[in-house]
Design a protein around this ligand. Structure first.
Ligand code: GLN
Length: 205
């Protein structure tokens, strides 16, 4: 990237469904250039991508309808880092349980995720999550029809657990959550993601 350490990382937020505006605001607060991504050209212009929550089956259909499946697969294969939340984490998983047979499993994350895995009783809940990586205070994590991460493969670091299950994981430069960090004013997880990217850009300069 030109400009060496002056370069500002540009992060896209996939803008087909979900809390796009909130993710863009949180990314900007974490000191990066943030843009909405709806086209292959916009995807080409970013260094990394945030994939919001929503409904993973609908997002799969929209990704195909917008002609983004092939460009997304190509950028991911080239190592584009991602920050994914909830449905976004499902989309990036290797194995999806309780999915529809035709939904996208982009497969970059060595995770097995079960859609709506907390069941009806726990449809939505909030939890003060200890995340050693970002320190105190605990992070107010909002779960909405969240997936359960049932298995993690090699290279996946578990950053936080709730009820004995991983809810925040990191695989290389991918930061993947089953809750919604954009719904609170606490931007520490967006910052953690952006700082990881800056280190890489500086290292490459
Ligand atoms: N249950 C949704 C799905 O299967 C995910 C919910 C969310 O992103 N908040 O895609």
């Amino acid at each position: 990237m030109p400009g060496g350490t002056e370069a500002i990382v540009r992060v896209g937020a996939l803008a087909l469904q979900g809390d796009v505006r909130e993710h863009l605001a949180a990314l900007r607060a974490a000191h990066c250039d943030a843009i909405a991504v709806r086209t292959a050209a916009e995807l080409e212009a970013v260094d990394a991508l945030a994939i919001p929550g929503g409904e993973s089956t609908t997002m799969s259909r929209l990704i195909r309808a917008f002609g983004l499946e092939a460009p997304l697969r190509r950028r991911l294969a080239d190592g584009m880092p991602t920050l994914s939340t909830c449905a976004g984490t499902i989309l990036l998983s290797r194995e999806i349980r309780d999915g529809t047979g035709d939904q996208l499993a982009l497969g970059v994350l060595h995770l097995t995720t079960r859609r709506n895995g907390y069941g009806r009783q726990l449809d939505s809940f909030e939890f003060d999550l200890e995340i050693p990586e970002i320190g105190a205070p605990a992070f107010r994590a909002v779960f909405i029809r969240a997936p359960v991460i049932e298995a993690v493969g090699p290279g996946v670091e578990v950053l936080a657990v709730q009820g004995g299950r991983p809810v925040a994981v990191r695989q290389g430069r991918h930061l993947s959550l089953t809750f919604h960090p954009e719904m609170t004013a606490d931007h520490r997880l967006h910052r953690l993601f952006v700082e990881g990217l800056e280190r890489v850009v500086e290292g490459a300069a």
